[in-house]
Design a binder for this molecule. Structure first.
Ligand SMILES: *[C@@H]1O[C@H](CO)[C@@H](O)[C@H](O)[C@H]1NC(C)=O
Ligand SMILES: *[C@@H]1O[C@H](CO)[C@@H](O)[C@H](O)[C@H]1NC(C)=O
Ligand SMILES: *[C@@H]1O[C@H](CO)[C@@H](O)[C@H](O)[C@H]1NC(C)=O
Length: 703
């Protein structure tokens, strides 16, 4: 079809259906976080006894089963004795049986909580469930809700040193593209004042305070910055004074997750030349200059298994706790490692062999080990998974939801959502009811026709597929009992990311038919047989296109500046092929993907690595692109806003045509909790199997 004819038709597209106009009072964005809806993390504890195998009855759940709770820390008795009276102005005569500091994501915001658990005889009789424990004092140590404005940020790795809480937060924008916002802060629980310990311009992860409280060690890039790593980070280990962040010095080249045995001995993990993650020890000089030259480093754990995320207790210097991935198991377990004998003692494998256990920590007296894992359905608790989880939004009048599904899109009236699960295309009411599977095969990227009711477009075929694979655009009439499925492209040459024009007459999509993935426009009803036009042309990848509500623009992601290098920028182009301009670029080699227009056509939401990485990826289950965060930008390229803060992979955002009240929506269908996978890069045996599922943020998702 000639270009001129196409333009003529497109001029009639500016009459919008009223449902596309945003309801007053605000906007809503829905996005996906890979795996997060089934994490159900809670903190558990086992006795740290080297000489006795634990039994299932020894394992105690110590957090309360709300939301996800993780990365715990047992305060030492010197730290904790004053904390309750400090925080509540009550003198507590009764010492709690157990105290815990941890991160929680309840109410859609990352916060640090302190729990004092009074069990009476609870722990001596080894009660299994927190629900059996009669009394729990729960205090948010960092509660941003108390302030007038909600300061949304990711929090991580809390520890208590005296009256000071030391932790990671991402609340300060470094002002630089593709740079992590993670920094270490210290907050006085007595005065409430907070001090940044990480120098500006630098990101720090995984802080650990020495037993005396004097030193803090971190994993950090220093000045060099994140280079896009998604497996082991190429961080170094730095130490500084916990008091004020001064005397900062690099002590180890290449290492992560430091922990202290005493004020001159550090343990950390590192992936060695033989590719096994192992535990190393660094001994700092007792006098003279501390530097990477004067520190003595020794590898402690052997090749043949991955050992990582070490934890220590000052009470037992011969023993550390670690997480491991052994070649004979696909599960991550907590073990003790005896530094004198070099022997491992498996703990959690005996108790729950088929669960992943993360990020161990040991009590100051050395008797108790903590870790987090998925709580599952144990103890008769129903795991209430959420269909739409309200995530706290940093922007007023914008509600934000994490959906339990991928590639969501809204019906024009905003009352239904299409999404994919792997495999299958689903349609569901916004309240989580009436779920229908409308296409059983592999599918990704969904879009609703703005005019013809009940018509949903998707790309049918394997995601992450190479250029030549069979992927076609189909339309599905989801209200038709006959399951009216129509194939709109015919060659199967990786046709994907359909986005209809506002008048419902045209579909823009990307296709690999020329040998390169470029954008094309075809007839929405009868497909390419009726009319087809090429919109972009070049030996690069243009993909993830989204047609603006006023019909004048198509937003898309492209690697045209450096084809094949894996870096994607956002562009805008008129449907008639004029007006091409770059909308957003993340750093020099960053990623921006999945643009989607606001109902008023003024703002785009997208996913990007612009905020770098927020935590060591090994501290989480598998995320292909753990840097993925959701941002918005005005269509003139101004007013870049970060919406999400976490260490997960957020992607495939979509704008709702109507405002949705910020309230959770429960899944009305059974969803198995705990169905997530450990970091694929820890699978030594079969590397080829490591990359099978789609990621949601970026170009690996069949750009
Ligand atoms: C936010 O919503 C309220 C209530 O609907 C409205 O009065 C206000 O003008 C909105 N503010 C912005 C900045 O849109
Ligand atoms: C405790 O008392 C101090 C001083 O009287 C007061 O400023 C603070 O708000 C109180 N804290 C709590 C949690 O009640
Ligand atoms: C192309 O389309 C844009 C808006 O859609 C319009 O402003 C422009 O005049 C058109 N250009 C041509 C050459 O038709």
């Amino acid at each position: 079809m000639p270009l001129v004819f196409l333009c003529f038709l497109l001029q009639f597209s500016s009459l919008l259906p009223p449902s596309l106009v945003a309801a007053s009072g605000g906007d809503s964005i829905v996005f996906t976080t890979l795996g997060r809806s089934v994490y159900a993390f809670d903190v558990f504890t086992l006795p740290a006894d080297e000489n006795r195998a634990p039994s299932a009855a020894d394992e105690t759940l110590i957090t309360d089963g709300e939301s996800v709770n993780f990365n715990g820390y047992f305060p030492s008795s010197s730290s904790s004795s004053s904390i309750i009276s400090l925080l509540t102005n009550q003198s507590q005569s009764l010492r709690p049986d157990l105290e815990l500091v941890y991160v929680t994501e309840r109410n859609g915001i990352s916060r640090i909580f302190y729990d004092a658990i009074y069990g009476g005889t609870g722990f001596s009789t080894r009660r299994r469930s927190a629900l059996e424990i009669p009394h729990r004092l729960q205090i948010p140590l960092l509660d941003d809700e108390q302030k007038n404005e909600v300061r949304v940020s990711f929090k991580d790795r809390p520890s208590l040193s005296g009256d000071y809480l030391v932790y990671v937060s991402t609340h300060e924008d470094p002002g630089e593209s593709r740079t992590s916002w993670a920094a270490v802060y210290s907050r006085s629980l007595r005065s409430g004042t907070t001090r940044r310990l990480t120098p500006y311009g630098i990101a720090d992860f995984s802080p650990s305070v020495s037993p005396s409280g004097v030193w803090t060690a971190v994993a950090s890039y220093g000045e060099k910055g994140w280079a896009g790593e998604v497996e082991e980070l190429s961080t170094d280990i730095y130490i500084f004074l916990t008091r004020d962040g001064t005397r900062r010095v690099k002590v180890v080249e290449h290492g992560g997750w430091p922990c202290w045995a005493d004020d001159s001995t550090l343990y950390f993990h590192r992936r060695g030349d033989d590719q096994w993650l192992s535990i190393y020890r660094a001994i700092l000089p007792s006098d003279g200059e501390i530097s990477t030259d004067s520190v003595i480093i020794e590898r402690l754990t052997p090749p043949g298994l991955h050992v990582f995320t070490p934890a220590t207790s000052p009470a037992n210097k011969n023993l550390i706790a670690v997480a491991s991935r052994r070649p004979d198991s696909s599960f991550r377990h907590i073990e003790l490692f005896n530094l004198v004998t070099g022997e491992f003692k498996e703990l959690t494998k005996v108790v729950s062999p088929n669960s992943h256990h993360f990020n161990p920590f040991i009590s100051a007296d050395g008797t108790r080990i903590g870790y987090h894992k998925c709580r599952g359905d144990s103890n008769g608790r129903k795991s209430n998974t959420l269909f739409l989880e309200n995530v706290r939004s940093p922007v007023s009048n914008l509600s934000l939801f994490r959906i339990d599904g991928s590639f969501p899109s809204f019906s024009p009236a905003g009352d239904r959502i299409a999404f994919v699960n792997f495999p299958g295309l689903y349609v569901i009411h916004r309240d989580g009811s009436n779920q229908q599977k409308v296409y059983p095969g592999a599918a990704f990227s969904t879009a609703w026709d703005p005019v013809r009711e009940g018509v949903v477009y998707t790309s049918a075929g394997p995601d992450f597929a190479p250029l030549s694979s069979q992927v076609d655009i189909i339309s599905v009439n989801v209200d038709d009992d006959e399951s009216n499925i129509k194939k709109l492209t015919k060659n199967g040459e990786n046709n994907a990311f359909p986005s209809p024009s506002p008048d419902g007459k045209w579909i823009v999509f990307r296709s690999g038919r020329s040998g390169y993935k470029n954008l094309y426009i075809m007839d929405a009803v009868d497909g390419e047989n009726k009319a087809l036009h090429r919109l972009t042309e070049g030996q690069w990848t243009d993909t993830m296109c989204s047609w603006s509500p006023d019909g004048d623009w198509i937003a898309f992601a492209s690697d045209r500046h450096n084809p094949g290098a894996g870096s994607f920028d956002l562009f805008l182009i008129h449907p008639n092929g004029t007006g091409l301009r770059k909308l957003f670029q993340s750093g020099s080699a960053g990623r921006a993907n999945h643009p989607n227009w606001s109902p008023d056509g003024k703002v785009l939401v997208f996913t990007t690595d612009n905020a770098g990485i927020s935590a060591e990826p090994i501290s989480n289950p598998h995320h292909y692109q753990p840097y993925g965060e959701i941002f918005t930008i005005k269509m003139d390229g101004s007013d870049l806003q970060r919406l999400t803060h976490n260490s997960y992979e957020d992607g495939t955002p979509t704008w709702s045509p109507r405002y949705i009240s910020p309230v959770n929506v429960q899944n009305s269908y059974d969803v198995e909790p705990c169905g997530f996978e450990d970091c694929h890069w820890l699978n030594q045996k079969n590397k080829a199997q490591n990359e099978i599922k789609p990621d949601l943020t970026g170009p690996r998702c069949s750009p």
